[in-house]
Design a protein around this ligand. Sequence first.
Ligand SMILES: Cc1ncc(COP(=O)(O)O)c(C=O)c1O
Length: 404
Amino acid sequence: MNFDAMFEEQLQALKDEGNYRYFKELERKCGKFPRAANHEDGQKRDVTVWCSNDYLGMGQHPSVVAAMCEAVQRTGTGAGGTRNISGTNHDHLLLEAELADLHGKEAALLFTSGYVSNWAALSTLGSRLPDCVILSDSGNHASMIEGIRHSRARKVIWQHNDVADLEAKLAALPANVPKIVAFESVYSMDGDICPMKEIVEVAEKYGAMTYLDEVHAVGLYGPRGGGVSEREGLAHRITLIEGTLGKAYGVVGGYITGSAALCDFIRSFASGFIFTTALPPAVAAAARTSIRHLKESSDERMQQRRQVARLRAALDREGIPHMHNDSHIVPVMIKDPVKTRMLADYLMDEWGIYVQPINYPTVPKGTERLRFTPSPLHTDADIDHLVNALRTLWRQCAIAHAVA
Ligand SMILES: Cc1ncc(COP(=O)(O)O)c(C=O)c1O
């Protein structure tokens, strides 16, 4: 068997359709966000990053950096084991208490990433609750889809953000089976926000538990950064809130929050929690500092909103098609994988602007895009430079000016 030939064949198919992924080799520069060096062909060149999910630049905030350094000096680099066998550190418990408080819940549980938290929590709930049915929004993230699949529970997909469809599907299920409604607050590729109150009300009507992914909202929405559920005053009505420490909080890791019984249940049965080395305590310490900072300070959120609005207004003036939404995510639609890559390459090579082309399977075919995430640290001059570049490319490449 020539395994490499089999691998190459499938990779070639990806390349032929323009969906092969090329990674940029960045070297982030602490204190210079959103500037980074791009390594290419043995050269190193400064670029402005326009697609970071370190949405507020907290990964380089002096207090977060200091907290991580202090904790490394105090505790060393790694956790020393799984949470079960010598790996549970004081910093983990402090962080879990901080997270429970953030969402107004009894308890929280840490995971090594947001992906793992979704995968582990949903697969445990779906497999351990007898006859459980999981009702999953059709736009849900791969980590939720994989968790549900792994649970082998019955899955019912409802149309994206369509509460009437959700209700019809809930109504069709037997009253006495456990049901979980799984959805996100901010959908990361289109930047749209779910009708949370309506979803919660329908779920309550049918006695379903609610599972909310706030990965693209924690730190960013709500007066203390508790996400859209905090902003809408709904957190107490949601059974489980899941989030990440790797995006707006600028570190790494994932978590769930909920009742003490729910978190103890996942802690006790989820293999993705039990059988893996715990996060380094220094990561936990840095994440806690970041969360505490964003609980107190709204400056970053307000400045981010200003820059998002400024970019959108400039794109509108130029007639550059971008998806309208109420979030901080600005998708500029290209609708062709090859053109999307070409534009991203031009932006990098000619303008020192890094934006990753977003292609299938991250988004459906025909909806390829450039996804911009303005931060509080992008200056007005950065925005002018980006829009100037896009204006020039739109002219050169004859890309449609229609609004998406
Ligand atoms: C909606 C959603 N949930 C979960 C995750 C996974 O989070 P993490 O990057 O912390 O693994 C992502 C990652 O992008 C995501 O977009």
